[in-house]
Ligand binder design. Sequence first.
Ligand SMILES: [Fe+2]
Length: 263
Amino acid sequence: MGTNRGDALRIAQLTDLHLFADASASLLGIQTEDSFHRVLDLVRHTFPRPDFLLLTGDLSQDGSSASYERLRQALLTMPMPAFCLAGNHDCEARLRRILPTACVLEEQHWLVLMVSSVVPERVHGLLSEATFAWLDAQIAANAAKGVLIAFHHPVLPLGNQWMESILLHNSQRFMHLCDRHPQVKVVVNGHAHQEFDVLHGGVRYLVAPSTCVQFLPHAAQFQVDRQAPGFRLIDLWADGTITTTVHRVGAHLFQPDLVAGGY
Ligand SMILES: [Fe+2]
């Protein structure tokens, strides 16, 4: 995969779209199809253009073929490729049948690995033994490259008490893998519907806002946030450094249901 800006690989991360079979349906007061298209327009007008889109799960709220098919059509209108992975709300088999996916993307200086952290019928995440073995082998085979690993469930607690039981359950094991391979520079997750950017053990842990409803950061109990839908831009530089920014649509375009008690 080539880059379009000097020596940076530019990724636009979009996550937690929560699309429905019915394009007019809402989640917590936000029409998810509408907000996704607003965010996609922001991406379309981003310059320099991202090299690819990385969609990190909960692409559908109901796992329906109709929602995936409409998403496929929307992604085809973009001037760059898109790669999708599943979240807890998705039907992983259907997603993989309808949407573009990849496990490995290679560039001169960077290796991007996409894995599944989904446990069927569960909200929390887990990486399987096979996934750990695969990650070890991929990273070891590309010893000279910086590595980005993407999956749905965040590894580190974000500071929301209510969310802690639904994060990645084998996060210690994952951090040990990162310790063994210092070339793992950045981990990219969704699921939390809020932005997060923490350097831990030499690894940059990033979470992007949802393209629909946001959850209030640092909340003990579930609380909808009034922040706008958005996406995260990630630049991976040839020297191993990472720069990233979050971009959101206009603040007054969407009015979420602030008194909702769950989702
Ligand atoms: Fe999720």
